[in-house]
Design a protein around this ligand. Structure first.
Ligand code: NI
Length: 254
């Protein structure tokens, strides 16, 4: 069985030297991957990849550290048009980042709510980025009970997860394999496999044993292995169930 990567950024400059080779490897080795947009440009590039490669899907959205001072009607219309594409499987990544705080909390919340409305209008899932902002993020997610999605690289507690577990899946990536990931191991142990999806966030957050190097989608294998170990089940089981989960939340029927 081939692997799925629900979250990667192949448009990153870190692939400038050998992007075509990386894309070809994805085409050959992966079941499917989702290239996640961070702004208008990377969203468009993701759609371009999805046209070229049948097993690459895209999301469109503006990341909380990439937002501008004003969310214009024109931007909304642009995102809406891009979002209608059949290979766009979600709006994202969107959310709140109180670690980098490139813009005020209020402005971040405004952009977040706008893009949640967009997902609602398009009837698409969302991919959520949240850093040091769990309470505010969950509050906004609950304002949109009809929207479902993935909390990517989930940093919160098991207790917080339960607040949105009916509508959300939890994206688990390379951080789980790090030596200091004790808290996350506990969360993964408690969360049901039926709510987990696998991701790399390539080129970032490379799992052990490659930590420190550039990440690539096929390294999801090491995350699957670690979840199997934590939950004391087979890697096949982890792969099978998390692949079904990813297809369900992204409405992929291949
Ligand atoms: Ni990301």
């Amino acid at each position: 069985m081939k692997y799925v990567d629900t979250h990667c950024h192949i448009n990153s400059y870190q692939y400038d030297e050998d992007r075509l080779a990386v894309l070809k490897e994805i085409e050959k080795k992966m079941d499917f991957v989702v290239n996640i947009g961070c702004d208008l440009e990377s969203s468009k590039i993701g759609i371009d990849y999805s046209k070229e490669y049948s097993n690459i899907y895209a999301t469109v959205g503006v990341h909380p550290t990439d937002i501008g001072d004003e969310f214009s009607d024109e931007l909304y219309r642009n995102l809406l048009e891009l979002g209608k594409d059949e290979k766009v499987v979600a709006i994202g990544e969107i959310g709140l980042d109180y670690h980098w705080m490139t813009k005020s909390k209020e402005l971040q919340k405004y952009w977040f709510r706008k893009q949640m409305s967009l997902a609602k209008e398009l009837n698409k899932s969302v991919v959520i980025h949240t850093r040091e902002a769990t309470a505010d993020t969950l509050e906004i997610l609950k304002e949109f009970p009809e929207v479902t999605g993935i909390l990517h690289c989930y940093p919160g507690s098991y207790k917080s997860a339960l607040e949105v577990i009916d509508n959300y899946y939890f994206g688990i990536g390379g951080v789980l394999t790090f030596k200091n990931s004790k808290k996350m191991v506990e969360v993964v142990k408690k969360l049901p496999l039926s709510r987990l999806v696998i991701e790399t966030d390539s080129p970032y957050l490379t799992p052990e044993p490659f930590r420190g190097k550039r990440n690539i989608p096929e390294y999801v294998e090491y995350v699957v292995r670690k979840i199997a170990e934590i939950k004391e089940i087979s890697q096949d089981e982890v792969l099978k169930v998390t692949t079904e989960n990813a297809k369900k939340i992204y409405k992929i029927s291949k």
